[in-house]
Write a protein that binds this ligand. Structure first.
Ligand SMILES: Cc1cc2nc3c(=O)[nH]c(=O)nc-3n(C[C@H](O)[C@H](O)[C@H](O)COP(=O)(O)O)c2cc1C
Length: 341
């Protein structure tokens, strides 16, 4: 992409990589906000359009949850050309997340380990941002529970978030797969999932009547589920007619990393080493959910080749996080070009 703003961004990336990754993330977003008015629009051919869970996406590629947890940068990120942006994960009340440092680069590979722990300014802040944003792409909102809400009461937190984001969301992602909130992943198992999705779908019936609009509900899953656990989840998702699945979140399995990370760098792995696990999950979901079921493929997409492989495995749409953190807008352009050929 040509232009002064992209050239500036390309020059800034190696400098940002010298800094602590969370600081680099925050500075990068602040800088992006400044250059946003100068950012040239990406030409998107109509042939890349995708229709999924009732929504029209201008192309398959979106930004994964966690990059803009509070909706503070929706317009700036949107200007880069993502077809959809998943904001959040938000919780009912603001919370600081885990103590810093909590995000680590993995030397020698396009990967991160994080244990952010749902740091966010709370759902009310996000909603106020959404009301003011201009972004015309698809707005997904990822919802979760506060760290100090007992797992038994988790559905109350998700319902509280759903009620508040409903009028502002194009779709809602139910995040039950972050490894950094204690016991959260238990909500992927049959009983927890049945109760949570049942409660949310019931709530949606009344929200749909009230707002005369049906907002799709998707669930985001972990890459660490066994084939049996994933089958059980797929059965549940199908039986309640959920609108889609997002696969996958970060992984607690760090065994792919050589040398292993320092003991202090514990958390969820994302980026290139996650791609094989993400592909395994997407492929199994596609096989078990059938050809039509919407799947958003995320995890380890750090090149156009990875993007193609995730689509071949069965994803209808794609999202990136770590590849974008390392490579910036150049990765969006590379993937969209490859998808046109
Ligand atoms: C620092 C960081 C924070 C994240 N926060 C969230 C989050 O709040 N909610 C969520 O669903 N996923 C979150 N994720 C997971 C990403 O959305 C994505 O599923 C995962 O990183 C795999 O994609 P990638 O390999 O392209 O990064 C986070 C990832 C990272 C690296």
């Amino acid at each position: 992409m040509s232009g002064a703003a992209p050239a500036l961004a390309r020059a800034a990336l190696p400098l940002l990589r010298q800094l602590n990754p969370e600081l680099a993330h925050d500075l990068g977003l602040a800088a992006l906000k400044c250059v946003q008015p100068l950012w040239p629009a990406l030409p998107i051919p109509a042939t890349l359009a995708v229709r999924s869970f009732g929504l029209q996406f201008s192309h398959p590629l979106g930004l994964a949850a966690g990059f803009d947890k509070n909706g503070d940068y929706l317009d700036a990120l949107g200007a880069l050309g993502f077809s959809h942006i998943e904001l959040g994960t938000v919780t009912p009340r603001p919370q600081p997340g885990n103590p810093k440092p909590r995000m680590f680069r993995v030397p020698g590979s396009d990967a991160l380990i994080n244990r952010m722990g749902f740091n966010n300014k709370g759902v009310d802040h996000l909603v106020s941002r959404l009301a003011r944003a201009q972004y015309r792409g698809i707005r997904g909102i990822s919802i979760g529970k506060n760290f100090d809400t007992h797992i038994e009461n988790a559905p109350d937190d998700y319902v509280a978030c759903l009620r508040k984001v409903y009028p502002h969301a194009d779709y809602v992602a139910v995040n039950v797969s972050s490894p950094n909130t204690e016991r959260l992943r238990e909500l992927q198992a049959r009983d927890g999932l049945q109760r949570l999705l049942g409660t949310l779908l019931e709530e949606r019936v009344s929200l749909q009547q009230r707002f005369t609009r049906r907002v799709p509900l998707l669930v985001k899953v972990a890459p660490d589920l066994s084939p049996e656990q994933l089958s059980a989840l797929a059965r549940e998702v199908r039986s309640v007619h959920l609108d889609g699945v997002i696969a996958t979140n970060t992984s607690t399995d760090l065994s792919a990393l050589e040398p292993p990370p320092a003991a202090a760098q514990r958390g969820g792995l994302s980026g290139a080493p996650l791609h094989p696990a993400s592909i395994r999950i997407i492929s199994q979901l596609r096989a078990e959910l059938g050809a039509e079921f919407p799947i958003i493929g995320v995890g380890g997409i750090t090149s156009a080749e990875h993007a193609r492989a995730s689509l071949r495995a069965g994803a209808n749409l794609l999202q990136i996080y770590t590849g974008f953190a390392y490579r910036g807008a150049a990765l969006i352009e590379e993937i969209l070009k490859a998808l046109q050929s």
